[in-house]
Design a binder for this molecule. Sequence first.
Ligand SMILES: C[S@@+](CC[C@H](N)C(=O)[O-])C[C@H]1O[C@@H](n2cnc3c(N)ncnc32)[C@H](O)[C@@H]1O
Length: 323
Amino acid sequence: MIVHEPVMVRQVLEVLDIRPGDTVLDCTLGEGGHTAHFLEKASCGIVIGIEQDEEVLARAKERFREQEDRFIPVQGNFSSLQKIVANHTGSQVDRIFFDLGISMYHFKESGRGFSFSKNEPLDMRLDRSRAMSAADVVNGFDEKKLAEIVWAYGEERFSNQIAAAIVRRRKLKQITMSKELADIVMEAVPKRFWPKSIHPATKTFQAVRIFVNDEIEILEKALRDGIDTLKEGGRMCVISFHSLEDRIVKSLFRELAKGCTCPPDFPVCVCGKRKVVKVLTKKPLIAQQEEVGVNPASRSARLRCALKLTNDAAFLASMKVTA
Ligand SMILES: C[S@@+](CC[C@H](N)C(=O)[O-])C[C@H]1O[C@@H](n2cnc3c(N)ncnc32)[C@H](O)[C@@H]1O
């Protein structure tokens, strides 16, 4: 059995600064790699762990069987985090953690076609109750929409060629297996343009997976809901693995860290905007070389953290001082 190795644990514990007794919301529980540290090293009070994949959640439940009194596993989507927190604690939480994307289990063991190096049914759903699988997307969407998906969520410059190749192939036969999709992409991208450090189908697989699981569209609202759900003085830490996600985290934190937007020559503030957070990571933290050496998945991890200001501090910070 493959166990997912949690990334950037030292930095996560440092920036989250969990206090004994804190309630922590782990929005992407996975098999509980980070949660184990929250429970054991950081001696928090309880962890509420949200996971949308019931097979992965079952593993986490088994892992923390003996800590039932401090661990609340919830099958669900972090897009409903406010409802989940309200149902389980009835109040706000002290720390919120996101470790976006998918787990090693999905690549290595799920059998759902997340990896281009395995020949598995092309499914890619994290939550199996979702209506649309990866096979439905590649066989059902028109060429223009396919190209848009591969470009928007994979930033793949050969998106048009890949979409055209998918449509040509499926006229002969439905595309049902991951290896078939990987081969189509490899044929569509001229060999001289194959990337040096990643498989030529990496970006296309990422794009289809993101689309199938609606990963980008829900993120900004979930982060906003998370900030609303944090107690004053609480912290939110987000690890993302590609630029699309990191951009959303960065620009939301920046927006919430801005106070008054009135022109500088206004004697008093009329916009009423207050600073909601202080960004604790001006630049994203990245994994250290030693970690990348033993856990290559950490190579693209970007960690950002924000502190929710108290109302008084936010008010004072956004007050204009006029000479
Ligand atoms: C990178 S893994 C987390 C690994 C975990 N931190 C660990 O170290 O064991 C991300 C997990 O979040 C889950 N996930 C992704 N998007 C989700 C969402 N919108 N709601 C709930 N769970 C989600 C995935 O199924 C996956 O198991």
